[in-house]
Design a protein around this ligand. Structure first.
Ligand code: ZN
Length: 500
C-alpha cells in the first residue's frame, strides 16, 4: 500500500530484523575492528531506532506567530436591509485586519488584529461596510498621516537618515515602514517645500530691504557643488540652491529670489569678489554692502602681513641663526608698536562709533604714515598704502552700512546667515546620499522651510519664527505651519472613532 503512514513500531521492528541479519564476525574482519566493538555500536543503533524513525512533519519548524489576534470585534447587529436594493442581508464570513486604531494610539503594545464581520446582500451581492470596518479605515488613514508627519520631522528637523527614521517609527508603532516609502516621502516633501520657497516672494510681507547671500559647503559629495543661501534681514531663508555652475546658477538664484513683494535695495555679503559679479549678472541694481566682521578680519590680515613682511637691515656675514633671531625680535617690536592702532580699528567698528568709523580708520592711516610715531619701514609703508586703498574701496559702503544700522536697525553683519548655515550644515551628511543635485536642493529646501517656521525657544528671537518676523501673509502663503505647506496635515480622526 503506497503513501500509507507507517507507525513507528512497525518501522523499528523491520529495522531490528534487518540489523540482526548482519554477520558481525565477517563485517568486523573486513572493517579491521574487534567484533565486540562492532556489537557494542550496533546495540547503540538498535536503541536509537525509535528516535531516528519517528514520524516528523515535513518543512521547517513553524515560527511563533508575531501577530496577536486579541480583539474580536464586538458582535454587530445585523443591518436591516441592503441600501442598494432593500434586499435581505446575510453574514458572509469574517476576516482579521490590523487594528489600526490600537496601532495609532498604543503602537508600543505590538501589532494587534481585529475580527471583522462581512455582510452581503443576498439579492444583489452588495457588500455592506460594517461600522468596525469604517472605524479601521479612518484609523488606518490617520495612522499613515501621523507616521508621514513623523517622517517629515525626523528627516527635515532631526536630520535622521532614512534607516534611523525607520527605526524610530518601528520603536513608536511596532510596525515597519519601508525604506522606499520614507525616501519617496522625503522627495515629495522636498519638492513641495521648494515650491513654497519660490512662492515667498509673491506674498505680502513686512518691508525687507536687505538681501543677504552666501555660498556654503564647497564640496557636497565628490563632485564639487555648493549651496547658495539667500535670506532677508528678518532671517527668513528665501532660497537655497545647489550651485553646480557658479557663473550661471548663482545669478539665476539671485534673480529668482526677488519677487513682487520682496524688493531689496541692499546686497550684504562677505568680501568674496564674485558676489558683485553675480548680482550684476542677475540684473539687480542693489547697493553692495560688506559684512562688518569680514571687513575687520581683512584689516587684521593687513596688519599681520605687515608684521610678517618685516625686512632686515643687518651687516653681511651674520649667521642664519642670528638673522632669524633678529627678525623675530623685530617682528615682536613691530607687533607691539601696531597693537594700539589695531585696537583703534576694533573701536572704530564698535557700537557708538558708527558716525566716525571711517574717520577713525583714516586717522590710523595718518598715524602709520607719521615718522615721529612709527619708523617708516617698507612693511609699515605698505600697510599704510593698503589700508588707504581699503578705505577708498569700502569707505562709502561702511558709512552707509553703519548709518542704516543706526537709523533703521538693519544688520551690519552676515551673522544671521552664518547661523542659518550652521543649521543647514549637519544635514549635508544626509544630503550626500542624493546623487542628483536637484534632489539635494529640494531636500535643503525642506530643511530651510522647516527652519523658517521654527519658533525659537531661546535667544534674541525667542517665541517667534522667521516667517512671522518677516510678516509673510500666511493666508496668501496658504498655510500656517510646515506640515500643512508640504501636504502633511494633522490626521483628521474623530473622537467618537477612538472612544466608541
Ligand atoms: Zn442588495
Amino acid at each position: 500500500m503506497a503513501n500509507r503512514i507507517r507507525p513507528v513500531d512497525e518501522k523499528v521492528k523491520s529495522m531490528t530484523i534487518a540489523l540482526e541479519q548482519i554477520n558481525v564476525e565477517k563485517a568486523a574482519r573486513e572493517a579491521g575492528v574487534p567484533a565486540s566493538t562492532l556489537c557494542y555500536d550496533l546495540d547503540k543503533v538498535k536503541h536509537a531506532l525509535p528516535e531516528v524513525l519517528q514520524n516528523r512533519t515535513p518543512g521547517p519548524k513553524p515560527r511563533e506567530k508575531l501577530v496577536e489576534k486579541t480583539q474580536a470585534g464586538s458582535p454587530e447587529a445585523r443591518p436591516a436591509a441592503c441600501p442598494e436594493c432593500d434586499g435581505v442581508v446575510t453574514k458572509n464570513g469574517t476576516y482579521w485586519v490590523l487594528n489600526w486604531l490600537l496601532m495609532l494610539s498604543m503602537g508600543w503594545l505590538g501589532v494587534q488584529q481585529v475580527l471583522i464581520q462581512r455582510w452581503r446582500c443576498k439579492a444583489c451581492g452588495h457588500e455592506l461596510v460594517s461600522p468596525e470596518r469604517a472605524r479601521q479605515v479612518e484609523a488606518r488613514r490617520a495612522w499613515w498621516s501621523q507616521v508621514n508627519r513623523l517622517i517629515g520631522l525626523s528627516r527635515f528637523k532631526l536630520g535622521l537618515s532614512v534607516r534611523k527614521t525607520q527605526i524610530l517609527i518601528r520603536f513608536v508603532y511596532a510596525r515597519q515602514v519601508s525604506i522606499g516609502h520614507i525616501e519617496r516621502l522625503t522627495l515629495r516633501v522636498g519638492a513641495r517645500a521648494e515650491m513654497a520657497l519660490t512662492r515667498l516672494g509673491e506674498c505680502r510681507q513686512a518691508v525687507a530691504r536687505f538681501l543677504l547671500y552666501d555660498e556654503t559647503y564647497p564640496k557636497l559629495q565628490k563632485r564639487a557643488y555648493s549651496l547658495g543661501v539667500a535670506i532677508c534681514e528678518h532671517g527668513l531663508i528665501r532660497s537655497v540652491r545647489c550651485i553646480t555652475h557658479k557663473a550661471k546658477d548663482a545669478p539665476a538664484q539671485l534673480r529668482a529670489v526677488v519677487g513682487v513683494h520682496f524688493q531689496p535695495r541692499y546686497f550684504l555679503t562677505d568680501l568674496d569678489v564674485s558676489f558683485n559679479k553675480y548680482m550684476t549678472q542677475a540684473g539687480l541694481k542693489l547697493t553692495h554692502l560688506r559684512d562688518a566682521v569680514h571687513l575687520i578680519r581683512q584689516i587684521v590680515r593687513l596688519f599681520d602681513e605687515a608684521v610678517r613682511d618685516v625686512t632686515l637691515d643687518v651687516p653681511k656675514g651674520l649667521s642664519i641663526q642670528e638673522r632669524k633671531k633678529q627678525r623675530k625680535l623685530k617682528r615682536r617690536l613691530l607687533r607691539k608698536r601696531l597693537r594700539p592702532l589695531l585696537e583703534l580699528v576694533f573701536k572704530a567698528f564698535s557700537p557708538g562709533y558708527e558716525s566716525i568709523c571711517v574717520l577713525v580708520l583714516e586717522g590710523v592711516v595718518a598715524q602709520l604714515q607719521d615718522p615721529t610715531y612709527i619708523i617708516q619701514t617698507a612693511s609699515v609703508q605698505a600697510l599704510a598704502r593698503r589700508l588707504q586703498r581699503f578705505i577708498k574701496k569700502h569707505g562709502d559702503a561702511i558709512n552707509l552700512l553703519l548709518q542704516l544700522a543706526v537709523e533703521q536697525g538693519t544688520p551690519t553683519t552676515t551673522n544671521l546667515l552664518e547661523s542659518k548655515n550652521s543649521i543647514l550644515k549637519p544635514f549635508s551628511r544626509t544630503a550626500k546620499f542624493f546623487s542628483v543635485p536637484s534632489r539635494c536642493q529640494s531636500f535643503f529646501a525642506g530643511v530651510a522651510l522647516m527652519e523658517n517656521f521654527d519658533v525659537k525657544t531661546r535667544g534674541s528671537h525667542q517665541g517667534t519664527s522667521a516667517i512671522r518676523r518677516a510678516g509673510i501673509d500666511l493666508d496668501e502663503f496658504g498655510a500656517a505651519d510646515f506640515f500643512s505647506v508640504v501636504g502633511l496635515s494633522a490626521p483628521q480622526i474623530s473622537l467618537p472613532c477612538i472612544t466608541e
